[in-house]
Design a protein around this ligand. Structure first.
Ligand code: ZN
Length: 318
């Protein structure tokens, strides 16, 4: 995956900051523990001293001695852990602290880029796109059905029931997410929770280590128009992420150029079988065709699982 150097260096800075924080945390913990249980620090010195002897025994090929010293180190280490637990600390309280245990915050595992660094690069790119990363409050837990009417409307439809079924669908989608699930097209009037649920899905997928990109349609196409020289990088990320969310289709100002880019995104991800979530306030095929033309409209409507959000704007009640 081609990446612009600026974003890689920002992502590396983040990892370097994490490594710095890790060692600060560990030092702070040591000071805390040693002040309460000085014996743990003494055992630490003993382990270092036995460790040096062990290295010598290994170097002089004195296998028996090495074994003996190794056992001694293990016993000391166990004693240290026992003391920690007896004094109310976790047994691993003085182990190195990592944000990512896979790569120990180095960013690479066996020469391959780690998911944490990949996500950090995407995050930097998202900042560049001024596309907000899913807000922490927009989770499944914070989604409430209470805001939807439980009374049948003129057509006999109960908005709350409809939304309950959409909510379940989205939760299942997030729980069973894989790189080849069917795309979603969430549509319906403003203020019915489309952004909330798409961000909730994004949050779950991010937690599982998938690379997710979120962009509001308006800001994405503004960025694309302003950065025509850099569109390759923007598109490359969109094409290669595991899940791409394009929020609020229909609100953007689309030039002919923007329209061809949009077609490209939708079509390429469709051909690659890569999942997307599109949300839109355009509620009919006719409106979609009018705004985007037949080719884009048919791909959006025909190749995605459609979820129609029903009810009246819930936002004023929030
Ligand atoms: Zn990592």
């Amino acid at each position: 995956m081609a990446t612009s150097t600026e974003n890689i260096s920002l992502a590396n800075d983040t990892l370097a900051r994490r490594r710095q924080q890790n060692s600060t945390t560990l030092m702070r913990r040591q000071q805390e523990v040693f002040a309460i249980v000085p014996e743990i620090e003494e055992i630490g010195y003993e382990i270092t001293s036995v460790g040096a002897k062990y290295t010598m025994a290994k170097l002089t090929k004195n296998a028996d001695k090495a074994e003996e010293l190794k056992a001694e180190m293990e016993a000391l280490s166990k004693k240290q852990k026992d003391l920690l637990v007896q004094n109310g600390f976790a047994a691993d309280y003085l182990e190195p602290v990592y944000h990512c245990s896979e790569c120990q915050d180095k960013g690479f595992v066996n020469g391959k880029i780690c998911t944490c660094l990949k996500q950090e690069i995407i995050k930097q790119r998202q900042n560049m796109l001024t596309a907000l990363s899913p807000a922490p409050k927009t989770t499944f837990e914070s989604f409430s059905l209470d805001y939807y009417s439980d009374k049948p409307d003129a057509n006999g439809v109960v908005a709350r029931d409809r939304m309950a079924s959409i909510f379940r669908y989205c939760k299942d989608f997030a729980e069973n997410f894989s790189k080849d699930v069917k795309s979603l097209f969430m549509y319906g009037a403003s203020g019915l929770g489309k952004t909330h649920l798409s961000c909730a899905i994004a949050g779950e997928c991010l937690k599982k280590g998938f690379v997710v990109m979120y962009a509001s349609s308006q800001s994405l196409f503004e960025q694309i128009e302003q950065n025509k020289h850099n569109v390759y990088h923007i598109l490359n990320d969109i094409m290669n992420c595991d899940l791409f969310i394009l929020d609020d289709l229909g609100t953007e100002y689309l030039t002919y150029y923007g329209q061809s880019i949009l077609y490209n995104i939708i079509n390429t991800r469709m051909i690659n079988g890569s999942p997307c979530i599109y949300t839109s306030n355009l509620t009919s095929d006719k409106d979609l065709q009018k705004k985007y033309g037949e080719k884009i409209a048919s791909r959006l409507m025909g190749n995605c699982q459609r979820l129609y959000f029903y009810g009246s704007d819930i936002r004023p009640k929030l």
